[in-house]
Ligand binder design. Structure first.
Ligand code: URA
Length: 209
C-alpha cells in the first residue's frame, strides 16, 4: 500500500487558506502557489538518493553530498500542474520536464488524453508527477499508466489538495506510488470538484472560468 503524506505544516496551511479565498487575484494565487510548491518540495524530495561529493572549501577538503543518478523527471498534468512547475524547476534546475495532457470528460468524469511528451530514460529517473487536485483520481491513475508504459519505475505523486475518493482510487490502481498532498479535504461534489477545495485549479491559476 502506498503512503499518503499530508504535509500538515503551519506555513503551508496558512498559504493554502489564502488561496482557497475565492476573491484572491490570479497573480497572488500563482505567487502563493509557488511558495507552497517550494515548501512541499522539501518533503517530496526528502528521500531522493544522494552520493558522496568532495569539494574544497577555502580552508579544507569537505566530503559532502550531491544528488545521485540521472536528473529527476518532473511531470505536469496539463494544465493546472503548470502552476507547480516554476518553483519545482527552481529547486531542481536540471530536472527533465514531461507534459501529459488529459482533459476531463464532464459527463463520465474520465480523462481523455490529448498530449503526451515525456523525457527519455524514465526508468532510471526519480519521477515526480504533479497535479494540484487529486479529485476522482482517474487522471492521476491514467498519467501513472502512461509513465509506467514509458518505463518509469520510481514515481511519486504531488498534489495540493486530495479528496479521500481520489486517494483510494490511486492506492487501488498504483499501490507503489506515494501521494504527497498539502491537504486532505472532505469529499467530491456531484460535479467531481473537491469540497471545500479551491474550485477549478486551472481557472484560479490562469484567470479563466
Ligand atoms: N479539478 C479541479 O481543478 N478542481 C477540483 O476541485 C477537482 C478537479
Amino acid at each position: 500500500m502506498s503512503k499518503l503524506i499530508v504535509l500538515n505544516h503551519p506555513l503551508i496551511n496558512h498559504k493554502l487558506t489564502m488561496i482557497r479565498d475565492k476573491d484572491i487575484q490570479p497573480k497572488v494565487f500563482r505567487e502563493t502557489l509557488e511558495e507552497i510548491t517550494m515548501l512541499m518540495a522539501y518533503e517530496v524530495t526528502r528521500d531522493l538518493p544522494t552520493e558522496k561529493h568532495l569539494v574544497q572549501t577555502p580552508l579544507a577538503p569537505y566530503e559532502g553530498e550531491q544528488l545521485a543518478g540521472l536528473d529527476p523527471a518532473v511531470i505536469v498534468i496539463l494544465r493546472a500542474a503548470l502552476g507547480f512547475l516554476p518553483a519545482m524547476l527552481k529547486l531542481l534546475p536540471t530536472a527533465k520536464t514531461g507534459h501529459i495532457g488529459l482533459a476531463r470528460d464532464h459527463k463520465t468524469l474520465r480523462p481523455v488524453e490529448y498530449y503526451c511528451k515525456l523525457p527519455g530514460e524514465l526508468g532510471q529517473r526519480e519521477v515526480i508527477l504533479m497535479d494540484p487536485m487529486l479529485a476522482t483520481g482517474y487522471s492521476a491513475v491514467a498519467a501513472v499508466d502512461f509513465l509506467k508504459k514509458a518505463g518509469a519505475k520510481k514515481i511519486r505523486f504531488m498534489c495540493l489538495i486530495a479528496a479521500p475518493e481520489g486517494v483510494a482510487v490511486m492506492q487501488e490502481h498504483h499501490p507503489d506510488v506515494d501521494v504527497y498532498t498539502a491537504a486532505l479535504d472532505e469529499c467530491l461534489n456531484e460535479k467531481g470538484y473537491i469540497m471545500p477545495g479551491i474550485g477549478d485549479a486551472g481557472d484560479r491559476i490562469f484567470g479563466t472560468n
